[in-house]
Design a protein around this ligand. Structure first.
Ligand code: NCD
Length: 304
């Protein structure tokens, strides 16, 4: 993989994705073989927004490679509170670490910050923009459960503000995958993402009801309404609660439908789905460790 930084899924070619997925499979098969791969590596964590999975699985990943973290900690107890710019913050922290993971509420922030540093900078989510490492673990999970060719993936929920959706939609254009988008009109895919998909020649459908496509899907990727990105609370309340599934909803689905969710879920997937053979969202979250280990190994120069 020939990238200094990982800021958007748009930059990932099929070969890049396969490099990471293949290495993640080797790691999952024999984690001990990678335990001392990067004994001196330090990963800088800069999280300006809440995170459980991304932050903890990156921490677990670098530690399982033999390295460690340096964590900026909560924004409230950092110099950001004193008015330090993001550009200055990353320039300082690159002196303490061999790679950086940045999560920030502003779309485009990771791309901007990457211009100020020489160590690899990984986008851990930039506002309603992109979340490319979530996409790598999503692709790994799809590949394990349905394969990545000649399948139909339905993506449902908040397609407007959901950064995991934007990244996944871009990355799937590298494969023979039909994409079906399901959302209320007010939360449909941003025009710029739709143009990119059309440009790449993939088959794309847009629907307001899951029932229009459910029986054709191999994968259903459910997302949370991104409450924190709604300009006003009443706009959020108007759509909150839509696009929920339960075990009954899935009665019309293929027996081998894989249901995914980047998590956290609020009420989009009822708990009774957890007990069905469709549920893969916890496995998906766990895949974050081998996949992020693989990405870090590649970026830190672990040739094999
Ligand atoms: C996602 C995010 O932060 O974009 N969470 C995650 O990293 N798994 C999804 C979300 O918050 O809805």
């Amino acid at each position: 993989m020939d990238h200094d930084h990982i800021t958007s899924a748009r930059q990932l070619s099929r070969a890049d994705i396969e490099t990471v997925l293949d290495r993640a499979r080797s790691i999952a098969d024999d984690p001990s073989a990678f335990a001392d791969r990067h004994p001196d590596a330090l990963l800088g964590l800069l999280f300006f927004e809440p995170s459980t999975r991304t932050k903890m699985s990156f921490s677990a990943a670098i530690k399982r490679l033999g390295g460690d973290i340096v964590d900026m900690g909560p924004v409230d107890s950092s110099s950001v509170k004193k008015g330090e710019s993001l550009a200055d913050t990353v320039r300082v922290i690159e002196g303490y670490a061999d790679a950086l993971v940045l999560r920030h509420p502003s779309e485009g922030s990771a791309g901007m910050a990457s211009e100020f540093v020489d160590v690899p900078l990984i986008n851990g989510g930039d506002g309603a923009g992109q979340h490319p490492t979530q996409t790598l673990l999503d692709l790994y999970t799809i590949n394990e459960n349905a394969g990545l060719d000649d399948i139909t993936v339905g993506i449902m929920g908040d397609l407007k503000y959901g950064r995991t959706v934007h990244s996944l939609a871009h990355a799937l254009t590298n494969f023979d995958v039909r994409q079906e988008f399901i959302s209320p009109d007010s939360l449909s895919l941003p025009r710029k993402v739709r143009y990119d998909l059309t440009d790449s020649g993939v088959e794309v459908g847009e629907h307001t009801a899951l029932s229009a496509v459910l029986d054709r899907l191999d994968v259903l990727y459910v997302t949370r309404i991104q409450k924190e990105r709604f300009p006003d609370e009443s706009e959020y309340r108007a759509v909150a609660g839509e696009y929920q599934i339960d075990a009954g909803t899935l009665a019309d689905a293929a027996d081998d439908l894989t249901v995914m969710h980047p998590l956290p879920r609020v009420d989009e997937i009822a708990y009774d789905v957890d007990d069905t053979d469709h549920a893969r969202y916890f496995q998906q979250a766990h895949n974050g460790v081998p996949v992020r280990m693989a990405l870090l190994d590649v970026l830190l120069g672990g040739a094999r």
